[in-house]
Ligand binder design. Sequence first.
Ligand code: ADP
Length: 636
Amino acid sequence: MIQSLLIANRGEIACRIIRTARQMGIRTVAVYSDADAKALHVRQADEAVHIGPSPARESYLVGEKIIAAALTTGAEAIHPGYGFLSENAEFAQAVIDAGLVWVGPRPASITAMGLKDAAKKLMAEAGVPVTPGYLGENQDPAFLASQAAEIGYPVLIKAVAGGGGKGMRKVEEAADFADALASCQREASASFGNAHVLIEKYIQRPRHIEVQVFGDTHGNIVHLFERDCSLQRRHQKVIEEAPAPGMDEGTREQLCATAVRAARAVDYVGAGTIEFIADASEGLRADRIWFMEMNTRLQVEHPVTEEITGVDLVEWQLRVASGEPLPKRQDELSINGWAMEARLYAEDPAKGFLPSIGRLEHFTLPHTRPPVRDTAHGFSPDVDATNQTSQGAIRVDTGVEKGGEVSPFYDPMIAKVIASGHDRDAARRSLLSALGDTVVWPVKTNAAFLVAALAHPEFAEGTVDTGLIARDGEELARPPAPSPAKLTDAAMAMISAGIVPRFRLNAEPHSSGRFLLDGEPIEIPLVAGGTLWPSDDMLVSDKGMVWHLTPWRIEGGHGHHAHDGAILSPMPGRIIAVEVAAGDVVTKGQKLLTLEAMKMEHSLTAPFDGVVAELNVAAGAQVQVEAPLVRIAPAE
Ligand code: ADP
């Protein structure tokens, strides 16, 4: 067994690999860029080596620096994780040439599966069904158009060197083919330095189903069943699960046998994934599932397979890389229960999923447990029983922590939240509730979007296809409002802590209070009771969203009682409109001023009927918090 391991990656996958290596008594070496000097993976490893500036192409993508770090620290092996250099055959070869152990497949297998057309040809020769289409050398536009017509529209043009959802164009009809081809080729040359394309039949309402395979250096290859990754946004996976909903035993057996055949065709060693596309318009049928591509590494979504099989895939990788045979035979592997994973991103669905960068002032994920692990007695189904009701059964794989930074340099995925259950609905509900309670602030996350997706009726039924988010994404991305009960709880907590004195309550005593929710004025119904909260602001979390709640200060503060009619600025900002003049008669609720603060407009209104006794500001004025703006004298 190898004794020391360098992890050529960062974030959650680096932490994930370190965890297993540590359990196996293997010494770990992390590498890091400037931006990651204080990152979790650096602190978790036994040793860490700085490999350069923050941009990945100057650090995590520089093979020589990583190999040098392994040699100077005496690490015996290199695990590439996923992304970065994990599917770079040249790097794998350089690692081997440096006398180190490469935790991954043979470089030749990576190369064979590297280009989509070559991989499909190889698979077709091995008797693996591939999506109908044209894979040839002839790239003449007129010829490709004739091939598209023969395949039948709609078709998909794919860059052979493409990846990550880039370099693909769906073409609905012949008239659009030439333009789509030219644009796909331009993107392919720019992104991958290779303009070569293939044409595929576009599968309607497709499902993405993939099979985990594992090979060793003794010629054994097994599969660890399938995962369904059909919930995608712009061809990127959002929620993954295992097993696939609606997969019957016969179809599963055929599909998994096909995947093993595919892996055998490239003498596969280590962890790999065969991705298939399924036409599920009439349910999952083995004759309507086609090979799409092979990923020659550990996948982001590997935890759902670990949860249903009880196998630690990283442990298997390290054993296989050390020359050991696979720990289990095919007939010793089985599916127990259901697992579902959601990718938690630091991004803002309300702003077109733009990455949300910054410090994680708050970072509270659901109560976690260690991943399911194989024990001497095998996987214990008892674990599932606890999953049904409690969040104690949630697994979180993360690479960040409270106080850490989300930097603009890398993928903004901050955690993977994985729920297991005795069946699909138990896992789904458990994941939904865990994500609903996630508190990340002020960095924004996609948690509310994930909650909405998990609650979507088609997803709940298990009839999801890869187009669901494209069809209903706008609705799913709309930020939800906090539930009244949550707001009342938070408001009461502040009141009982004495933060919101009685005089800030409205006319009817104790019936409601005025607050600012993310800077917006809000009236919150109050009830008796409440718990103590020692802070004058609070985070309210609900449905995966987080709001910032503060008391409304207009009618009080610094000796100004509401019945004084003193209107103080609730926050620093700029007066953009003044609706009244001194001496005007006003009625309760009438708009007096508009304040622009925190990029939002706030209307300040009369607290009761009266007269404008003082007007201290004009339009355009900058005002401080609690600045006296207007005073209303009560009507006689
Ligand atoms: P990449 O390497 O960029 O990830 P893939 O070939 O794996 O590209 O395809 C990514 C996604 O595109 C799939 O998961 C599926 O949603 C969609 N897709 C790929 N091929 C087809 C097809 N022939 N018909 C319909 N959708 C497809």
